[in-house]
Design a protein around this ligand. Sequence first.
Ligand SMILES: Nc1ncnc2c1ncn2[C@@H]1O[C@H](COP(=O)(O)OP(=O)(O)OP(=O)(O)O)[C@@H](O)[C@H]1O
Length: 124
Amino acid sequence: MRRQPWRMTFRYAAEGVMYALRTQVNMRIHVAMALFVIVAGLTLHISRLDWLFVCVAIAIVIVAELFNTAVEAAVDLISPDIHPLAKAAKDTAAGAVLLAAVFAVIIGIFVFYRPMLTLISSLF
Ligand SMILES: Nc1ncnc2c1ncn2[C@@H]1O[C@H](COP(=O)(O)OP(=O)(O)OP(=O)(O)O)[C@@H](O)[C@H]1O
């Protein structure tokens, strides 16, 4: 296949992200959660190091969901019929998203536990 110009490469990548947003409810939930966490981080003035952890957690979840969407599309194309390997591929990709989400929740607890306690105690 002929080498694509850079702007087309970016355009196809953006189309991939938009496809995931359009077709995957979970992708929209992840993005909504990411926006919520960013607003919480700005409101609670978390440290630069905490921002680093939060950004890594958000990126890992969204990247995992993008790969999961890619695996689902490829499996549906190659194996529309029931097959144990199709199941293994989809379940493994879904497992990656689950692990990434659990990791993100753990990061969220570490980062927001103290600022939330401080905020709550300042209210009472
Ligand atoms: N071709 C197949 N062969 C065997 N099992 C399949 C196949 N397609 C799907 N499955 C099983 O059904 C589950 C759900 O598949 P589906 O394609 O609906 O993905 P999903 O994780 O629900 O994605 P979506 O986010 O699109 O709802 C898979 O995790 C897998 O266990």
